[in-house]
Design a protein around this ligand. Structure first.
Ligand code: ADP
Ligand code: ADP
Length: 224
């Protein structure tokens, strides 16, 4: 069955309607691209699905649980333990090395330094950036930094990865490599990926695409 389901989501900011009856569903291991032009409501949808922004109305179910009704503490715990996040940029802690950045979610979950850093290194290897583990984010390229961000999003073995324009700041080649590594890693671990992008080349890495327009969602059927 579906891991995460949203129905009839509405969200307004003052007089701006961000979501106007949006729906969504994703299965474990599935990669779904959320496409649409700037201002269409993609990020708001992602933030609602991830329990970061509360919808004004509509239903949100994650793994059989009501994401709207649950307590803030429970929602925060879910985000830390079952969700992973990759954003466009500015997400790595500048004072920490790349290895320490990847180890951070494990450290926050109470894993000891040595064990956390060993697991972090394995993820850096998987993303083919183990050689930059000792460097700080400012010392690595944009593409390397995004691979570190992907490693950090996956290090806790989340069941859902939310990626908001993860390749938006990269050149085409690095962007495609990041998408390849992200989707391979997600498929290996059976994580679902909610991928927000306005780039068809990036969406091509998904199993399924939906389009958001004026706060409403529709499925893209490639057979017609
Ligand atoms: P997209 O990700 O597709 O660019 P967004 O979800 O960011 O779209 O935005 C949808 C609409 O809601 C836009 O008109 C945007 O300006 C507005 N919006 C989004 N977030 C906020 C906010 N925090 N405060 C006010 N307006 C917002
Ligand atoms: P953090 O733990 O990062 O501080 P919170 O869990 O406190 O985040 O969420 C911030 C605010 O947004 C809280 O006031 C919470 O009630 C609200 N909120 C977040 N996600 C949802 C959601 N899916 N449905 C309803 N309210 C939400």
């Amino acid at each position: 069955g579906s891991l995460l389901v949203a129905e009839d989501l509405h969200k307004t900011y003052g007089r701006t309607t961000a979501l106007d009856g949006a729906g969504f569903s994703i299965h474990p291991g599935e990669v779904v691209a959320v496409m649409g032009s700037s201002g269409s409501g993609k990020s708001t949808l992602l933030h609602c699905l991830a329990g970061i922004v509360p919808p004004d109305s509509g239903t949100l179910r994650y793994d059989g649980q009501d994401l709207v009704a649950m307590t803030d503490a429970r929602r925060s715990a879910l985000r830390r333990t079952e969700f992973g996040f990759v954003f466009q940029f500015g997400q790595l802690v500048p004072e920490l090395t790349c290895t320490e950045n990847v180890a951070l979610p494990l450290r926050l979950a109470g894993v000891r330094r040595r064990a956390a850093e060993l697991t972090a290194l394995q993820w850096l290897e998987r993303l083919e950036v183990e050689d930059i583990g000792h460097q700080r984010p400012s010392e690595v390229s944009g593409g390397q930094g995004q691979r570190v961000a992907v490693a950090r999003a996956l290090v806790t073995s989340p069941r859902v990865v939310f990626a908001d324009e993860p390749t938006g700041a990269l050149d085409t080649y690095s962007g495609e490599r990041v998408m390849q590594l992200l989707t391979d890693a997600a498929r290996t671990t059976n994580a679902a990926v909610v991928l927000v992008t306005h780039e068809p080349r990036v969406a091509a890495y998904s199993d399924r695409e939906i389009v958001v327009r004026d706060g409403r969602t529709r499925d893209v059927d490639h057979t017609v």
